[in-house]
Structures are given as C-alpha cells and as structure tokens.
Design a protein around this ligand. Structure first.
Ligand SMILES: CC(C)(COP(=O)(O)OP(=O)(O)OC[C@H]1O[C@@H](n2cnc3c(N)ncnc32)[C@H](O)[C@@H]1OP(=O)(O)O)[C@@H](O)C(=O)NCCC(=O)NCCS
Length: 185
C-alpha cells in the first residue's frame, strides 16, 4: 500500500530560538553577507562561493519560484530577526517515504546548537505533519560537524559510501550516511 503524504509546502516553523520561513525577495543581501560569500561555509557544498549579493538574490528568485509546488520544503533560518542560514529537503522519494536534508549556516553562528534545532524541527514536521517515514543526512567524511548535527538529532550512523560524489576540486569523496525513522523521535 502506498504511503499517504499530506504535503504542506514551506510553511513557517517557529522553534525556541529560530524562525524557519520561506525566502522572500530582498533576502540576497543577508544570504550573501552571512553565509554564501564565505568559502569556509561552501567548502563541502555543491555550489560555489557567491561573488556578489546579486548572485545570492538571483538564486533566491529561483527558489521562490519552486514554492509554487506544495512538495517544496526550503526554509531560510532566522535568528534574532536576521537571516543566517538555510535548510531544505534536497531529495525526497514519495514511493519509499524517505527524504534527505541539506543545510548551511553563517560561520559566526556555528557551534551554538542552531542547526541541530533547525534539523529537529524540520524532521518533526516531515514525519508528524507530512507523513514521511525516514530522514537521511549525508555529508563529506571530512566534515564531522555535519555528522555531529545528525548525531545530536538522534540519527544513526549507517555507513560510509566510498567515493560517492565528485567534489568541486575534482576528487572523489566518501559520504557518511545517517538515518532516522519516524518511530525514533
Ligand atoms: C555543519 C553546520 C551546519 C553545523 O551547524 P551548527 O549550528 O554549528 O551545528 P550545531 O551547533 O547544532 O552542532 C555542531 C556540532 O559539531 C561540533 N563540531 C564543530 N566542528 C567540529 C569538528 N571539526 N569536528 C567535530 N565536531 C565539530 C560542535 O561542537 C557541535 O557539537 P556539540 O554541540 O556537541 O559541541 C555548520 O558548521 C555549517 O554550516 N557548515 C558549512 C556548511 C555545511 O558543511 N553543511 C553541511 C553539508 S552536508
């Protein structure tokens, strides 16, 4: 029997310290300033460091267009009224009921538990409201901070996919895979 999903699209989610919200026109400046212009943030990401606020605004424009689909889950992370990071469902499989989360955060805000708080809220929404069965986080083996986020959110480290992706520098990288089931939260 197929899984029954109740898609909501990207709705505002409030947590103790954060507001996860849809992107808006004009967010490009904050995105550029707080995370997209920093090579340390983009080091393990699939996209290159942005060169201008206009570049950030352009990508945000394309993200806003994706909100037309109620199956889009892509939030900006607001903290103290400022846009400081990004969290999204980057891959979803309705047939088998799993989704994968990707995230990035301004360096000035690292190691304060912010991304763990955001991931926890997204996972709860996708399990309890939308109805997915399994959440996945995958990260470069050389990026342990991302694995620590998964661990703190209750994910189980399921293994390493060897040389699973081709990084921007042309090297094949190992991906660490973490999984969390709906009954485990
Ligand atoms: C990964 C990232 C999102 C984490 O965000 P964050 O808000 O700092 O995460 P949290 O504070 O919730 O948790 C991070 C944990 O990793 C730990 N950590 C940080 N650097 C680490 C390192 N080099 N090795 C091991 N653990 C590390 C922190 O101490 C913290 O654990 P603790 O709470 O037990 O002390 C952030 O570092 C980031 O945006 N990195 C760049 C983008 C990126 O790599 N995204 C993930 C792609 S898969």
């Amino acid at each position: 029997m197929p899984l029954e999903l109740h898609h909501t699209g990207t709705q505002v989610i409030a947590t103790e310290r954060l507001i996860l919200r849809p992107y808006r026109t004009g967010d490009g400046n904050a995105m550029y300033k707080n995370w997209a212009s920093d090579p340390e943030v983009t080091r393990f990401l699939s996209w290159k460091t942005h060169q201008s606020p206009a570049e950030s605004e352009d990508i945000i424009r394309t993200w806003i267009e994706t909100y037309a689909s109620e199956e889009t889950y892509h939030w900006g992370i607001e903290y103290g009224g400022e846009l400081i990071g990004d969290i999204a469902v980057v891959l979803a499989n309705w047939k088998h009921g799993y989704f994968e989360i990707g995230y990035s955060l301004g360096r000035a805000f690292w190691s304060r538990g912010i991304m763990s708080e955001a991931v926890g809220a997204v996972v709860r929404h996708m399990f309890k409201t939308v109805g997915y069965h399994r959440a996945v986080i995958r990260h470069d083996a050389k990026n342990p901070a991302s694995g620590r986020v998964a661990e703190k959110c209750g994910f189980t480290r399921e293994g390493v996919a060897r040389e699973q992706y081709l990084a921007r520098d042309g090297s094949f990288r190992d991906l660490v895979c973490w999984g969390l089931l709906d009954r485990e939260i």
